[in-house]
Design a protein around this ligand. Structure first.
Ligand code: PLP
Length: 295
């Protein structure tokens, strides 16, 4: 297993360590490396040659699946809600890695979750595939994310992580032997549901104290917010660490705000997991051409 770099920074007298999954696994987009690891093994064991998955228009997960598919010789199919757009930078990238995109309506996408015959029609069209759920979260992804933390993680006062579908934080929480508390920061407006989702994903796995904080969604998933952009810009200029606009920017804003409000004691350093996602900037500048690039 490769050592993941840690950057030590400080804010208002608090020691903060940043676990740089973005540096360790830049092309596969940080945490997605861990989520895919055992799924790829399983696909190989099953002798599958095609990975089929689901995602949104600027999805880090699609980007990751296209990347590993190219590296490991899988054919990849991405089922995307919405319409094709030949200028979308994420579509351009995944196509450059030979991912085949299959567009479906938002209604079809929603009913996917309630199990309609879309899966059947995908199967008829593409043949046998290894299915990865949206965001790649399943039990094998959780197993992979149990390998994210450094060995001595009980020295930390609190461990912070951003949450999307909940797979990454579930793996972190269920790291064998972990006693340090974990706080997930939700980038979603409907973040309350995430607590139940993570509870379900964890089941009976041993777990330290944990919670999902829903105070830092900035209006909802992937919404443009001036204050958040200012924060990410300032963070980069102060610490030379680039955060992404969807997940880790909100997480670090939350950590700094909790420190300012005296909600975190100085008893030991805090660990913040930089889950990566920096490819998201390309889509961000495509959607918001007036936002000045940060790095
Ligand atoms: C996908 C992603 C997440 C969310 O991971 P989940 O396992 O879906 O909760 C967090 N941060 C970044 C940068 C991501 O790309």
């Amino acid at each position: 297993m490769q050592d993941i770099p840690i950057d030590k920074i400080s804010f208002q007298g608090h020691q903060i360590e940043m676990l740089r999954l973005d540096l360790a696994y830049p092309e596969v987009q940080g945490n997605k490396h861990f989520k895919l690891k055992y799924n790829l093994e399983e696909a190989e064991n099953q002798k599958q040659t095609t990975l089929l998955t689901f995602g949104g228009a600027f999805s880090n997960h699609l980007h990751a699946v296209a990347t590993v598919g190219g590296l490991k010789g899988f054919k990849t199919i991405g089922v995307v809600r919405g319409e094709d757009d030949s200028n979308n930078p994420t579509y351009k990238y995944v196509r450059s890695k030979n991912m085949q995109l299959h567009f479906i309506t938002r209604d079809d996408y929603r009913s996917l979750r309630s199990g309609n015959n879309l899966m059947q029609s995908l199967y008829e069209k593409y043949g046998p595939c290894y299915f990865l759920p949206e965001g790649g979260t399943n039990q094998l992804a959780i197993k992979g994310c149990q390998e994210v933390l450094p060995k001595n993680s009980n020295i930390y006062n609190t461990i912070f992580c951003s949450v999307g579908t909940g797979g990454t934080i579930s793996g972190i929480i269920s790291t064998p032997g972990l006693g340090a508390p974990v706080i997930g920061i939700s980038p979603l407006r409907a973040g309350d549901q995430l607590t139940d989702t993570v509870k379900q994903l964890l089941g009976d796995l041993p777990q330290p104290e944990w919670q999902i904080n829903t105070d830092y969604h900035f209006g909802g998933f992937a919404k443009l917010n001036f204050e958040l952009m200012q924060f990410i810009r300032q963070f980069y200029s102060d610490y030379n660490i680039l955060l992404d606009p969807i997940y880790t920017g909100k997480m670090m804003f939350g950590v700094f705000d909790l420190i300012k409000k005296n909600k975190i004691s100085k008893d030991g350093p805090v660990l913040c997991v930089h889950t990566g996602g920096l490819q998201g900037w390309d889509g961000w500048h495509y959607r918001f051409p007036n936002v000045k690039p940060i790095a």
